[in-house]
Design a protein around this ligand. Structure first.
Ligand code: GUN
Length: 293
């Protein structure tokens, strides 16, 4: 059996289209344009690329974006002041501080400072806390985990009652996706670097999410036949046939896993495009909150 390919680029395109239409309707009905402020501290090339992609996607959806790029040696107090000024700016609905921050800046202090109602990344401890609690809902759901849930649902994967195994426990992906799957009534196991018999867990999974950050670590023998496999990894692999000398691969060994799984996300073109689509959705929602609708 060869797995169905879950086309993240296509599904993200549908969501971007939906958000673009909602933004146009908001402009027509309320004369209001949603705005996203991006904050990039330093010049990490990958972070700079992600921020540029987010700004371009905003423009295509009719969302204003306001970019703040500040030097890597900025003081923590300067970053906090910038975030406070964006909290106070009525033209800014969403604030996105690109992570990781330089080591001398306390990430928690910065994320704590973002207004809950502008926390379009969903990383504020109160939003994460609400995500973790039964019967409570956050104002915003973190973009990559939310994108994973949308990929599964829009591909017809049943979440309720499914065995879901997540490999990786990061604050940005592993932990929140586990909480979301659990809210959708999956039975959730989180595996990590100290897990004994990783394959014993992954082979039970109807839904397997790989968010480890280790290239091609999940191989076909670790996957249950017919499982839905979501690959969050983005890693470089040497490839002399490419001009830049490498290609991008995930945390899943695509060639062996696609022969066993029922559905699989490719890298690139799987989870990646969804992160941006969900950010646009969150920014639109933030504008609705600002308008009181
Ligand atoms: N770094 C990696 N992923 C993300 C994300 O979704 N949001 C932000 N702000 N930083 C990130």
């Amino acid at each position: 059996m060869t797995a169905n390919i879950i086309d993240g680029t296509r599904i993200a395109g549908e969501i971007r289209q939906e958000v673009g239409e909602a933004v146009a309707a908001m402009k027509a009905e309320h004369g209001y344009t949603p705005g996203l402020a991006t904050v990039l501290v330093g010049d990490n090339p990958a972070s700079a690329t992600y921020v540029r992609m987010k700004q371009k996607a905003c423009a295509e959806a009719g969302i204003r974006s306001i970019g703040h790029n500040i030097p890597a040696d900025s003081l923590e107090s300067e970053v906090l002041e910038l975030v406070s000024s964006l909290n106070a700016d009525p033209e800014v609905n969403g604030i996105l501080v690109q992570l990781p921050l330089p080591d001398h800046i306390d990430e928690e202090a910065v994320l704590n400072t973002i207004d809950l109602e502008k926390d379009v990344d969903g990383f504020h401890p109160v939003n994460i806390g609400r995500l973790a609690m039964k019967g409570r809902d956050p104002l915003f759901i973190p973009c990559t985990p939310h994108g994973i849930i949308e990929l599964l649902k829009r591909s017809g994967v049943q979440l309720s009652g499914a065995e879901a195994v997540i490999v990786g426990r990061s604050n940005i992906v592993g932990l929140p996706v586990a909480m979301l799957l659990q809210k959708d009534n999956a039975t959730v196991t989180i595996c990590h670097s100290r897990t004994r018999d990783l394959g014993g867990h992954t082979r039970r999974a109807d839904i397997l999410v790989a968010a480890i950050g280790r290239r091609e670590m999940i191989t076909g023998d670790m996957v249950k036949p017919g499982a839905a496999v979501i690959d969050v990894g983005i890693n470089q692999k040497e490839d002399p046939t490419k001009k830049r000398g490498y290609r991008l691969v995930g945390d899943v060994d695509y060639d062996s896993v696609k022969e066993v799984a029922g559905a699989i996300t490719p890298v690139p073109g799987g989870v990646g495009p969804m992160t941006i689509a969900m950010l646009l959705g969150n920014t639109y929602r933030a504008a609705e909150i600002a308008l009181g609708i």
